[in-house]
Design a protein. Sequence first.
Length: 177
Amino acid sequence: MITPQSPHALLGQLAFEGATKKTRPMLRQGDLVYARVLSIGLGAGAEVELTCVNPATGKAEPGGLGPLTGGMVFDVSTGMAARLMRASSSTSEQEDGVDGLVVLEELGKKLEKVGGFEIAVGRNGKVWVDCSNGGDAAVKATVAIGRCLNTIDEHDLSQTDQRKLVTRVLREMKIES
């Protein structure tokens, strides 16, 4: 996430899958975009160039690069962000979880009945969560996910404690699970 305090970064108009001058996304200041760093210039005042496609394929990839709408952004440590990225990209169903992290799997199971959720994790510690399919419970579910992630990040909970935390937070937020 580029903030007003971040160094400037360039995101070209055609840095999106299938973008042309007529079909490019019309972004406004403050819009949230899930992008990858394409290049970093050298020296003082160097610019960072971002892209929303894989340069080799021209596709946005399954990672969902591009504008993000709805949802909320939460801050976690960069270490937690790395753990979340490994856990969300793990394709095998492991009982032990990846890096001992089972929170995403547990939240997925418990929130499936209310529409599930989407998550985008940046290496910079920014985590976007969207439960827009959850109807009336969407905002509560989004906040509950953020609370779980922040608590696990702060207290480095075991797998058992992560599961207990998810159950407790969802109960406190009165989200049917």
